[in-house]
Structure formats: structure tokens, C-alpha cells
Ligand binder design. Structure first.
Ligand code: DX5
Ligand code: ZN
Length: 230
């Protein structure tokens, strides 16, 4: 995990679930940094996905860190079991946390890095009190719930705000964007300061996921090296 690297986290939401281990292996070989696992409960978002057992079994097939995104009510109920099954970083939604500081402490106590996410309508400054304790902030660039939606460019101002805060306080280490990320939108997000990119459809929906991942990486690197915003 080199400093300055843009981390690419393919989201298994768009993978072929009947061949999940192969899909993950394929992106691992193509240079993925993390595996993004979208957990949905049918309450916080109108969709249902996977539970801790998927993290457990994927860990048997890949050494990549599991970046677990909880889109669920009452995240405190499930954080310990996700940690036990091998999550490396756990992100909860600010909107689902009655006491965000306690959730962050719980994630860390369970041995994981701590992330917090906001839906598109939530102002990013709601996270101000917690930034010093967060390893990652996940900026939703679509309404959470489904893969394959269009990127919301207005969310870039949240990335910029986080980058400015990080310049002052060193936190959060990772600014992650999630939703509608492809080679073009990845470049925009990286220019504003994002250093972790979640991509589902752009990678697993492509005819050649390895090639799509490499294209995303080169676009992110190009944006970081040649066009950073001041
Ligand atoms: C959406 C999920 C995303 C989703 C992104 O609620 O949090 O991680 O997989 O999918 P794409 O990249 O297809 O927009
Ligand atoms: Zn996600």
C-alpha cells in the first residue's frame, strides 16, 4: 500500500456470482488493490446483496484486502461478524448511525480500518467531527442501491472539500468515490483528490475486465501526474 497510489477497488456487485472466485482472481491478476463488497439489507437501500460468509470464502481465494461497504440499518449488529470473517476496512453510512463516533470505535476495536460514507443528499460537513478518527471517507457518486448508474458530477465538490481537510489534518488517508466510475469520471475524481476508486459495471460489465481495469488505472495515473487541480 504505497503512499500516493490510487487504489482501485472492483465492486463484486457487477460480477458473475456463479463464478465469483474466478472473477476476483481475474481482477487480482490485473492489478486490483482492494475488493469492494457491497452489503445491502433491503431497508437502508431497496436491494439485497450478500453477508459475511461471502467475505469469508473470498478470503480463501485472494490475498487482496476486503473493502466492505455496509448499506444497512443498525451497522453495529454486523460489524463484529464482518471483521471476524476477514474484512480489512469497514465503511458504515452516516445516515444509518445514531452515534457515528461509537460505530467508528467499534470498527477499530474489531481490528479493521474505519470508513464512513454519505449519500448524495447528505452534506459532507456532517462528517467534520469524525474526520480525525476516520481512515477513509466514501463519497457516494450515485444514490446507493444499484450498480450501473450515472456518475453525479456535483459530488466532486465533496471530494475537493475532503482533500482540503486532509491537507490540513492528514485525515482521512483515503478519499473513495463509488458509483458510475469509468475511465472519464475516474480522472475527474482523481484530479479533485480521490485516491480510491470503486468500479463495478466499468470493470465486470466490460467484455475484458482485466483490460478495463488497466484502462482505469492508466486514466487515474494520467490524471494524477499531469492534471492535478491546485
Ligand atoms: C452502489 C454500490 C457501488 C456499486 C457501483 O450502491 O455502492 O459499489 O457497485 O457500481 P457501478 O460502478 O456500476 O456504478
Ligand atoms: Zn459500494
Amino acid at each position: 500500500m504505497k503512499p500516493g497510489r490510487v487504489n482501485i477497488a472492483p465492486s463484486i456487485l457487477s460480477a458473475d456470482f456463479a463464478r465469483l472466485a474466478d472473477e476476483v482472481k481475474r481482477v487480482e491478476k490485473a492489478g486490483a488493490d482492494w475488493i469492494h463488497v457491497d452489503v445491502m439489507d433491503g431497508h437502508f437501500v431497496p436491494n439485497l446483496t450478500v453477508g459475511p460468509v461471502v467475505v469469508k470464502w473470498l478470503k480463501e481465494y485472494t490475498p487482496l484486502p476486503m473493502d466492505v461497504h455496509l448499506m444497512i440499518e443498525n451497522p453495529e449488529k454486523y460489524i463484529p461478524v464482518f471483521a471476524k470473517m476477514g474484512a480489512w476496512l469497514i465503511t458504515a453510512h452516516w445516515e444509518a448511525c445514531r452515534r457515528p463516533a461509537e460505530i467508528i470505535r467499534l470498527i477499530k476495536r474489531c481490528g479493521c480500518r474505519a470508513g464512513m460514507s454519505v449519500r448524495p443528499k447528505t452534506p459532507i460537513n456532517k462528517l467534520s467531527p469524525y474526520l480525525k478518527d476516520l481512515d477513509l471517507v466514501l463519497v457516494m457518486t450515485v444514490e446507493p442501491g444499484f450498480g450501473g448508474q450515472s456518475f453525479m458530477p456535483d459530488m466532486l465538490s465533496k471530494v475537493r472539500w475532503l482533500k482540503e481537510r486532509r491537507a490540513r489534518g492528514g485525515k482521512p488517508q483515503w478519499i473513495e468515490v463509488d458509483g458510475g466510475i469509468n475511465s472519464e469520471t475516474a480522472a475527474l475524481a482523481v484530479q479533485e483528490g480521490a485516491n480510491a476508486l470503486v468500479a463495478g459495471n466499468a470493470i465486470f460489465g466490460a467484455p475484458d475486465p482485466a483490460k478495463a481495469l488497466r484502462a482505469l488505472r492508466s486514466s487515474a495515473n494520467e490524471a494524477k501526474t499531469h492534471h492535478p487541480r491546485r
